[in-house]
Design a protein around this ligand. Structure first.
Ligand code: ADP
Length: 593
């Protein structure tokens, strides 16, 4: 939404938000029977609640005249029990409705988040998106469980109670009702201020959570960079700001709470004083006065609920807008298009231009062909766009211009799942998920992989030996809860994962971080297995890789500046010669060590 929209547009926005919220609820689907029963019970409970003061008053009047009226007391006891049961049941049912709605909404959001395209995650912070799925949905639950239905029964209670109050003593009721606009006059502006504070606190809390997630997640970097003090002050800043908002809230409460109790006491004094006069004049019985006071107490709770209902509603409107942003963001075109062909074809970039968001183009008129069943190496300085080429191949992003063709067809024509199913991606970092090594190897495949196939992949990736030597073998937990694997071991697990997928097209980002020479040798052997019989594109950092490549593509500043074999480029391409010389030096110096 545009931030510079004016107030008139704001009202419209509110309205569309409300409509959207209602639609969202409707689409999520209420358990209607439970909701209906809950509404009936909640209304019944409110109505019964109104009867209690009347019976109590009646009891007092009769009590003073005759002796104890057993039937009235019994009736009162029964009513208490019935009220408690209906109240409890209706709350439970409403909580069920609220939890069900939130559960469904979370699932819907989760589906959506998983189907969102990569640019979404570039644009919005992951901590924010996480909070949408967890916290924001909770606000909707609170609204449904504690407020939405309660609101209608509260209205009923107030209207009913006021009607009875008028019936008992209209003059006294009028006096009290005069206090209502006065109360609203004070409470509304304060409520607005409190609401603003609570929104700011919410934002600050989200910022703090996001900082904590980042710092705790990257604690090694923080420690290695001696950045504790920096992060400490960053955290302090947000915590202090939370403290300030907390104190602002406290300041308002410090005025508001005594004020409220003062008003209450004053009201009570007026009622008892004025009521006493009315009782002694005979206009009102003692029991009626008690009923009157009890009814007033009954109204207080719904009144205070109205205020929180309003602020909760506002909160949920904010939440709705944020959820809408996710729910209406275009998803990846998952199941459209024809299945990707099974056979190997040449892959070609034809005049591909691409820019991230609205930035400068990262690739400009990039054209090259990757022949089927051969190894093509991408080389070029860091930042030249090599990883971007991979991202475009994975269809994480769409090119701004030009075409990526598989044979003669655009890869956009293919069903996304089937296209990605053809690709095996081994990245530099070889990320592992928390879980066992087995789960990690089988991560990219369905459950229909046999134990033998998995072990075979482990063997071909030269990972079997080291995995077997681990305490629990393939069932060893890795990542957060388990052991940490070395860089080379991680890569081999990732290679086993890619092997198991039997990809037609392998995209491989060679690790720049030097592995120890044993590891490097093993990884190289595993990679050779992996590259066998498939089309491979490798971002090359080692001289040995480019020497063996069937074709090398040199990328510089997002443009292709050379295509050929190693020997050809060594003759013709100045920057390639420079690059090769550096790689050679790096290679020979590491061998010397
Ligand atoms: P290489 O892999 O050759 O080092 P990249 O393809 O990673 O280069 O990056 C090319 C350019 O694109 C760099 O200038 C980088 O800053 C930019 N870039 C990479 N990823 C993103 C992204 N997700 N959002 C915005 N810019 C990006």
């Amino acid at each position: 939404m545009e931030t510079n929209e004016k107030d008139s547009a704001k009202g419209k926005l509110q309205r569309t938000t409300v409509t959207y919220f209602v639609r969202l609820l409707r689409e999520t689907g209420f358990p209607k029977l439970v909701l209906g029963t809950a509404v009936v019970l909640s209304i019944a409970s409110s109505l019964i609640g109104l009867v209690v003061p009347l019976i109590t008053g009646d009891l007092i009047d009769n009590f003073s005249k005759d002796t104890l009226n057993r039937n009235s007391i019994l009736l009162l006891a029964v009513i208490f029990v019935v009220e408690a049961i209906t109240g409890g049941l209706s709350y439970y049912m409403l909580a069920f409705v609220g939890n069900r709605v939130v559960n469904k909404m979370r699932k819907r959001l989760w589906d959506k988040v998983l189907s969102l395209p990569v640019p979404f995650f570039d644009r919005y912070r992951s901590a924010d998106t996480m909070s949408r799925v967890t916290n924001d949905t909770n606000e909707i639950k609170t609204l449904i469980t504690d407020h939405l239905i309660a609101f209608s029964s509260n209205v009923l209670t107030v209207v009913g109670a006021v009607a009875i109050l008028f019936y008992i003593d209209w003059q006294m009721t009028l006096v009290i009702l005069l206090a209502v606009p006065l109360g609203f006059g004070i409470l509304m502006p304060i409520g607005g201020k409190m609401y603003k504070i609570s929104i700011s606190m919410h934002e600050q809390l989200a910022k703090l959570a996001s900082l904590l997630t980042q710092v705790i997640g990257e604690i090694r970097l923080v420690k290695a960079s001696n950045a504790e003090t920096k992060e400490q002050s960053g955290g302090y800043e947000k915590m202090d700001s939370l403290f300030r908002f907390g104190m602002k809230e406290a300041k308002i409460n410090a005025v508001l709470m005594p004020l409220m109790s003062m008003v209450m006491v004053a009201l009570l004094v007026v009622i008892i004083g004025y009521g006493g006069v009315r009782v002694s004049s005979g206009a009102l019985s003692a029991g009626e006065l008690v009923s009157f006071i009890l009814l007033l107490f009954q109204i207080m709770w719904p009144f205070s609920q109205f205020a929180t209902f309003y602020s909760q509603l506002q909160k949920v409107m904010g939440v709705t807008e944020r959820l809408r942003l996710i729910l209406e963001y275009g998803a990846e075109p998952a199941r459209t298009g024809v299945p990707a062909p099974k056979e190997q074809r040449d892959l070609s970039f034809r005049d591909v231009t691409f820019a991230y968001a609205d930035n400068e183009p990262v690739l400009r008129d990039v054209s090259f062909t990757v022949p089927a069943n051969q190894i093509t190496a991408l080389v070029g300085p860091s930042g030249s766009g090599k990883t971007t080429v991979f991202s475009l191949l994975e269809r994480f992003y769409e090119p701004g211009g030009g075409l990526i063709a598989y044979g003669e067809e655009s890869i956009r024509a293919y069903d996304l799942d089937s296209w990605r199913g053809k690709i095996g991606y081994v990245s530099q970092e070889s990320t592992l998920m928390t879980g066992t090594i087995r789960e990690n190897i089988m991560y990219a495949c369905g459950a229909d992989v046999t134990e033998e196939e998995m072990i075979e992949a482990g063997k071909q990736a030269y990972a079997h030996e080291f995995i077997k030597a681990l305490p629990k073998g393939y069932d060893t937990e890795v990542g957060e809860r388990g052991i940490q694997l070395s860089g080379g071991q991680r890569q081999r697990v990732a290679i086993a994962r890619a092997l198991l997928r039997k990809p037609d097209l392998l995209i491989l980002d060679e690790a720049t971080a030097s592995l120890d020479s044993d590891s490097e040798h093993e990884v190289q052997k595993a990679l050779n297995h992996l590259m066998n019989d498939r089309t491979t594109i490798v971002i090359a950092h080692r001289l040995s890789t480019v020497v063996e490549a069937d074709r090398i593509i040199v990328l510089e500043h997002g443009r292709v500046t050379g295509i050929g074999k190693h020997e050809q480029l060594l003759q013709t391409h100045p920057s390639y010669i420079e690059w090769a010389r550096k790689q050679f030096q790096a290679g020979s110096s590491s061998e010397e060590v």
